[in-house]
Write a protein that binds this ligand. Sequence first.
Ligand SMILES: Cc1cc2nc3c(=O)[nH]c(=O)nc-3n(C[C@H](O)[C@H](O)[C@H](O)COP(=O)(O)OP(=O)(O)OC[C@H]3O[C@@H](n4cnc5c(N)ncnc54)[C@H](O)[C@@H]3O)c2cc1C
Length: 314
Amino acid sequence: MSILDCAIIGGGPAGLTAGLYTTRGGLENVTMFEKGMPGGQITNSSEIENYPGATGEITGMELMNPWPEQCQRFGLIHKMSNVTRVSKSGDVFTIYNEDGSTDQAYSVIIGTGSSPRRVGFKGEDELFGKGVSTCATCDGFFYKGKEVAVIGGGDTALEEALYLAKICSKVYIIHRRDTFRSAPNTIKRIENTDNIELVLDSTPDEVYGDKMGVTGIRVKNKNGEMRDIIVPGVFTFVGNDVNNETLKQDDGSFLCEMNDQGQVIVDITMKTSVPGLFATGDMRISAPKQVISAAGDGAVAALQAISYMDELLN
Ligand SMILES: Cc1cc2nc3c(=O)[nH]c(=O)nc-3n(C[C@H](O)[C@H](O)[C@H](O)COP(=O)(O)OP(=O)(O)OC[C@H]3O[C@@H](n4cnc5c(N)ncnc54)[C@H](O)[C@@H]3O)c2cc1C
């Protein structure tokens, strides 16, 4: 079995861009391992407006469609495989595929993304992408001048509510407690923002809509009283799971250093604590969780992987 110059794990914007830059930059034996169709989570989005140059009404799927073919033109191999683990011994990484086979590589660029947690109320899944969102930067602009609801009470929920309050006419923050788990300064900014209304001690019961999308959300307070909030947009921020399982080793430790939220610690060149292993996109620390930044990470990591291979093999 020949050893790959580079194994790319994940075929979202980060992995595909890493594939383009590694192959076009001279690495000859590069395989991208992707468990489904390449393109990543953005393919679930019905509209993307903030990818530079992609003007007009364009879906996430339409944005991503040409990316795999562009990489394949320069020699990227796409292997459809769910990678269960990556380990390293000496200078060589082993990639464990779900079908029991293994591959080996001198360098690995991982970009397996993240998955926003769902709250679990009625209508949430059915209306996801049609008014229910987990990303204010991505979708806030669609509600310019309109009222929206935010679900959650942590740092992310409050920061995103402040972001939305600059775009939207009013933001309702629905939170199950009467206090927030957030930095005191953020709470003060929330309290001082006129167009934010706090709906405390309340949980979402149901989000509802019509064929155009969300029309409102029904919330229940601690006394069991129901209230309908008429909004076209509902943003949920109840945590984000990093897809880091492939870095877990048999003894439960991680292959490289992670922070306490399970995000991979990298420097500005996407290097992890393990030589030859680069982490990109939504799974790394301080990720803006955007297509453009994931793609940028993929390019940076690829250039680093090319330099790493130069040093290792020459
Ligand atoms: C509904 C929605 C709307 C969004 N809107 C916008 C927007 O308007 N603008 C914007 O910039 N961003 C938007 N985003 C965010 C954007 O999609 C992400 O930031 C970006 O896709 C992250 O890219 P990534 O390559 O890091 O990870 P991902 O896109 O998550 O790709 C990871 C890939 O890895 C694969 N994978 C995971 N585990 C394994 C494994 N073990 N083995 C093999 N393959 C694996 C997955 O199948 C996936 O294809 C949106 C996201 C969603 C969900």
